[in-house]
Design a protein around this ligand. Structure first.
Ligand code: PHE
Length: 364
């Protein structure tokens, strides 16, 4: 064992620690004094050879010195670290000539965005959102909606029939419209009822204006007194809010759906230029939705008395509304998965949806 007879001068050591200006020197100093083979550590080992009384006395002194030094090292370390950070922060200047960070690449699909807007407007009008499955049973998609078995109206919808069967033994279908959600709500809830449903629908049909998968937003209002005037007012308010156009004109044409009587289709007045579609002016009409007063038989099928209850329903073509609102010319592009298309027509995550709730002046 090395004997070290140099005297320890605690005040000098403390002074030297406090005057150290770099973290590296400080650490070297600490190792020299308190490291395994450091000056103090060796001294502590050496006291083993002293007589018990002296050992006790020297041990106490050395341990006190060790503790003081340890504290001084840690204080000085904190001081120097803070100083180093301050210097770094004060001398760091942002480089304003660097290019701005690139725009976020992700986009919200226009269909998602228009669905959010439609739900938001209708929600504001007091409709609550319901859901139903894409794979439907015959009862919900057809029979409860007053499509009798073998009725040609079932072909009218170009249904995708599946191999799977429902509990009646009838083939399940990919829902051809969102109207089954009306039934799912009506069988569960006693009117008054005011609901919407939004989602995918499927028909075996594909050309420039039809896609095998498309989207609808459905509405249903049942109470004891709602009439066609309310239906008209509701759809006009909805369209004005969605398109942000005050003076838009809608055309209500007689139509046929087995589950509404009378039934109507609604077109919106527009003018097409080579670049865009202008809503509210011109002499062209674009069909955007089907609607009508709920057929008494539908209410009966769901266990409600049609003498007590009545109301309206509507089904809006989501793609049509998106094409009109955002000026998207081709229906097929929605499902093309084409990134440049999405970069162009899609929305940034932080964009605010543009809907007028009729609460503030709308542009005409
Ligand atoms: N379900 C009809 C369709 O898909 C639209 C509709 C809904 C019509 C509600 C009337 C009432 O064509």
């Amino acid at each position: 064992m090395t004997t070290d007879n140099t005297e320890i001068k605690p005040q000098e050591l403390l002074h030297s620690i406090q005057n150290t200006t770099s973290l590296e020197t400080l650490e070297q100093q600490r190792i020299q004094l308190l490291g395994k083979k450091g000056h103090i550590s060796l001294k502590l080992k050496n006291i083993a050879s002293l007589n018990p009384e002296e050992r006790k006395k020297q041990g106490k002194i050395l341990n006190q010195i060790k503790q003081q030094l340890n504290e001084a090292f840690s204080q000085q370390k904190d001081k120097l670290s803070t100083q180093a950070l301050d210097t770094k922060l004060n001398t760091h200047k942002p480089d304003l000539s660097l290019p701005v960070s690139s725009k976020p690449q992700g986009r919200i699909h226009p269909l998602r965005r228009i669905i959010e807007e439609m739900i938001s407007v209708l929600g504001h009008m007091g409709f609550s959102l319901k859901e139903g499955p894409d794979i439907e049973e015959d009862f919900f998609n057809f029979s409860s909606l007053n499509f009798p078995p073998q009725h040609p109206a079932r072909q009218m919808q170009d249904t995708f029939f599946l191999n799977a069967r429902d509990k009646e033994g009838l083939p399940k279908v990919l829902r051809t419209h969102t109207s089954p959600v009306q039934i799912r709500s009506l069988v569960k809830t006693k009117p008054p009822l005011k609901i919407i449903a939004a989602g995918r629908t499927f028909r075996c049909d594909s050309d420039q204006t039809h896609a095998p998968m498309f989207h609808q937003v459905e509405g249903l209002l049942i109470d004891s007194s709602t009439h066609m005037g309310h239906l008209k007012g509701c759809l006009e308010t909805f369209c004005r809010s969605i398109f942000g156009v005050k003076n838009l004109s809608l055309r209500f044409r007689p139509s046929f759906f087995p589950f509404t009587e009378p039934s109507l289709e609604v077109d919106i007045r527009c003018r097409r230029t080579p670049e865009k579609i202008i809503i509210g002016e011109g002499n062209e009409w674009l069909e955007i939705l089907g609607c009508g007063m709920v057929h008494p038989q539908v209410l009966k099928n769901c266990g409600h008395d049609p003498k007590k209850f009545q109301g309206f329903a509507f089904g809006i073509g989501v793609e049509r509304v998106a094409m009109l609102k955002y000026g998207i010319p081709d229906l097929r592009a929605f499902t093309s998965g084409h990134i440049p298309w999405l970069q162009h027509y899609g929305f940034h995550a932080t964009d605010t949806p543009s809907v007028g709730f009729g609460l503030h002046p709308l542009k005409s």
